[in-house]
Ligand binder design. Structure first.
Ligand SMILES: [Zn+2]
Length: 447
């Protein structure tokens, strides 16, 4: 049976023992047995026998590689009232994630080797999922001078993704230098694409709804202009650009064009931008305030199509926990953002799998394979079929595709409750998550 191990002494490469998962459906295929032996997926086949292994009756559950989130705000250090590395990674494990990339806009900012190593160590100590810190592009996220990118890359945290997320690297020369710099270690610059002058005081998407409410709008062009500029820069210097939380139909077109040139440009979309629209802002409920803002139904449709055809590479949560005093206030004063780790997979099933836009293997690629490739995770995790073959690292999530559950924010492992899905019935439920063969979640609960 599983043993409870004190979190402080957990070693992330410890053995999970031997687990025999009976009747799982890898990537939604035919039912087989799967044997996890220590940190390795040892065997897959019908009616395996494994004396001494703990047997888990997983009949009908779908097995996917452990999910990877390229865009998580864990808020530690600095805003532990909203989230900590421990609480955020518990939420991640419950959501089926085995790796999260922790954004740099903490207090202090993760712009030195010291801070990224601190975050990385907190993740190892908590042990719920791997934490890969994202380093800031510029010192203090101020957009004036490059941060110590090389020192963060060569630190124990081995940073490969750099972002000023929350702020756009709006200076074109600085962006070019950052792209050039990270080429040396195959890093990537993840841009929060928001032209600052075009979005001063912006409260929601610029369009029919903002005009009706009389609030300053955030035009699609402010996102699209930066993506186009940065794609040109990435193409020019031959470096890797990743675009955070793409939100408009025009952005999808620009990404399609950039990829057609052979430039190394990738992009993510959030679950909320794949589902929700700007008319929700008319309620003035700040739970719907997010950056970039919710857009129109036509944008949602284009984002889904772009994710289905691979123009948008992956889903990333932009999990943005906020304390009540920062969120449950009047619209203009409320911080933008939504929590997402515990609902992302269900929303993805609802908007992509149920309508037939992606099959299970496609969903696994968008939530595990593609983010592994972009984030520079080990080779074996970059291909979702290879990640579930014998010999692979035993990072596995088991989900019940037939289950439905109702979102209760008070039941979240996250310290924050700012979800737009409270009370909503969602499809698909994570039953178990294994991190290197060790269960982090069993029976839908943290181990
Ligand atoms: Zn952002």
């Amino acid at each position: 049976m599983t043993q409870r191990v004190d979190a402080a002494v957990r070693d992330p490469v410890d053995s999970g023992g031997r687990w025999l998962l009976r009747g799982v459906r890898p990537l939604g295929g035919a039912a087989v047995d799967m044997l996890l032996d220590g940190p390795v997926l040892a065997e897959i086949g019908p009616a395996l026998s494994a004396p001494g292994a703990t047997v888990l009756d997983a009949d009908g559950l779908i097995a996917l590689p452990g999910l990877v989130d390229l865009h998580t705000h864990l808020r530690e250090p600095g805003r532990e009232d909203a989230e900590t590395v421990a609480s955020g990674t518990r939420a991640a494990a419950l959501g089926g994630f085995t790796t999260v990339f922790a954004m740099a806009n903490t207090e202090p900012v993760a712009d030195t080797a010291g801070v990224v190593e601190q975050v990385w160590r907190l993740g190892r100590t908590a042990g719920h999922c791997d934490v890969r810190p994202v380093g800031a592009v510029t010192e203090g996220l101020h957009g004036a001078r490059l941060a110590e990118l090389g020192a963060m890359a060569s630190s124990a945290a081995a940073v490969r993704v750099f972002s000023d997320d929350g702020n756009c690297v709006s200076d074109a020369v600085l962006m070019r230098r950052a792209l050039e710099y990270v080429k040396a270690f195959d890093g990537v610059i993840a841009q929060h694409a928001q032209e600052p002058r075009l979005t001063e005081n912006a409260q929601l998407n610029e369009g029919v709804v903002s005009a009706r409410l009389g609030l300053p709008g955030w035009p699609a062009a402010a996102e699209e202009a930066i993506i186009a500029r940065d794609a040109l820069l990435a193409g020019h210097v031959g470096s890797r650009l990743h675009v955070c939380h793409v939100s408009t139909a025009g952005s999808v077109e620009i990404l399609r064009w950039a990829k057609s040139k052979g430039w190394r440009v990738t992009a993510e979309v959030t679950p909320h931008h794949l589902l929700l629209t700007d008319d929700l802002a008319a309620s003035y409920d700040p739970v719907y305030k997010v950056n970039p803002p919710l857009r129109t139904a036509a944008d949602v449709e284009a984002l889904r199509a772009g994710l289905a055809d691979g123009t948008i590479d992956c889903i990333a949560t932009d999990h943005a926990p906020h304390a009540p005093q920062d969120k449950e206030t009047e619209w203009a004063a409320a911080r933008p953002g939504m929590v997402g780790l515990e609902t992302a997979l269900s929303i993805a099933i609802m908007v992509m799998v149920e309508p037939g836009l992606l099959d299970w293997a496609g969903l696994a690629d968008r939530m595990a394979g593609a983010p592994s490739r972009i984030g520079g995770l080990p080779q074996a995790s970059r291909d979702v079929a290879a990640a579930l073959r014998p010999g692979a690292v035993a990072n596995v999530v088991l989900l019940d595709p037939a289950a439905r559950w109702t979102v209760d924010p008070h039941a979240f492992a996250s310290r924050s409750r700012n979800t737009p899905y409270a009370g909503r019935s969602l499809p698909g439920r994570v039953q178990a998550t294994f991190l290197r063969g060790r269960p982090t979640v069993l029976d839908g609960k943290i181990v």
